[in-house]
Design a protein. Structure first.
Length: 105
């Protein structure tokens, strides 16, 4: 049975993209002083079936200044919050389905 608006793919894709954003910020941070390292940035787009997809791209932006450090901290913090929100949406979906199945039983 498919219930419109209750797809777990939307929440799961949100969690995956948030994890990619955290990984990009971690990579940028870990390579702050690495010669020749190119900063990573995650580009997000919506999918036709709902949810999001992402790809990691290399940028020419500097990775050795205060602005890069602040950007990575903020990106990682926001990604963690987005991951938590997607997790909450996933749990709410599971709770809703559980309640529905209990009512139908």
């Amino acid at each position: 049975m498919t219930i419109p608006g209750l797809s777990s793919n939307i929440a799961a894709s949100g969690m995956q993209v948030a994890a990619q954003r955290m990984q990009a910020a971690a990579s940028n941070t870990a390579n702050r002083g690495t010669e020749g390292f190119q900063r990573r940035r995650v580009e997000q787009s919506e999918t036709a079936t709902g949810g999001v997809q992402a790809r990691v791209v290399r940028t020419e932006a500097r990775n050795d200044d205060t602005a890069a450090t602040v950007s990575d901290v903020l990106d990682a913090h926001q990604a963690a919050r987005d991951f938590a929100a997607s997790t909450a949406a996933f749990r709410a979906r599971e709770d809703t389905l559980g309640t529905l199945f209990d009512a139908l039983a």
